[in-house]
Design a protein around this ligand. Sequence first.
Ligand code: SF4
Length: 378
Amino acid sequence: MHPTDRLQGETPERLAERFGAALTLPEARRIIAHVVQRGGDSLLGVQQLRTTARKVVEAELPVGQVTVVERRASQEDPFVKFAIALPDGAVVETVRIPLERAGRYVVCVSSQVGCAMGCAFCATGMMGLSRNLEAWEIVEQVRLVATELRASGEGRVHGVVFQGMGEPLHNLDNVLQAIEMISNPCGLAVDARNVTVCTVGIVPGIERLASMRTRIRLGISITSAQTALRRSLVPMEGRYPIAEVVAAAKRFHERSGRLVMFAYALMGGVNTTDAEADALAELLKQMPARLSLIDWNPVAGLPYRPPTAEERDRFHDRLAGMGVPVIRRYSGGKDIGAACGQLATESKRKTRPRHGHPATGMGPDSGGAGPGISSDPE
Ligand code: SF4
């Protein structure tokens, strides 16, 4: 057993295969439903599970434990942000985002503690990568929100978006394993078509998704369509130029049939110029796509600002005038720091690690589309 393996990362099929004759598939299904759907913290309450089967699973795969160290609900809208402590003391952020249709929510999850991509406008990027999240740690973020929604009667999780801390295509094995569980009928039963993986543009990862003919949705954070500007904001532009990213996204679309979501965080005076709009229109005309514009959320110490209303409108109207299918997204939860990592950072300061080393940094994908890309119902 890998020391970080936990039950929430295993689908029933994977579990049954792992234990062979010691555990039947129906037993594995009951175990996963108990732990993931009902939040059971041990296997004692699992019905119709042989004692020998329970003991063999318990000996190898414990139930993973995470803790909500802070929950901050917006006073302006139904956004809720959670700071979640992992077993090694690292803290990640998870955001509950309301959809327009009442009772439906999207969960914005983190895939890494910190991030190695180094985007200039992102608090997480400045802090570097501490570690990848395990599949079960991703699953638990969704489960916690689903459990709370069910208990409060507010609704259910309709979709999941990988747009919190970290670059999901930099942790793709674990992200895909988590999605298996998130979409498994015995797990969280979220339709895979409502799961969006948002990337800054890791071409091999996009190609891998394309080759899988997956049902999940792909989101691309553009930031700029002009090479020099993008390179100054997104270091990965040097390795994977945006034209190659869009070409890979096009292949993903052709093979999956899924519309690719492009997200664009508007930074006033930086990427809101007419020249930028023109370059963006030129770039996106190569493929069917939808573009979401969202205001960049301020991060203390960074030399950027959100756009003015005039900048936002002009940029939008210019794109729309060139036939780009563009929408403006509401950047909700501003009063709870929905996109700048404040909650996790504050919570981390307050929370002592129980063991292991503390995370070196955190913060959600403040430079991506923000939660806005996820609030787009299928
Ligand atoms: S914007 Fe996203 S990919 Fe870039 S550093 Fe931040 S978390 Fe990483």
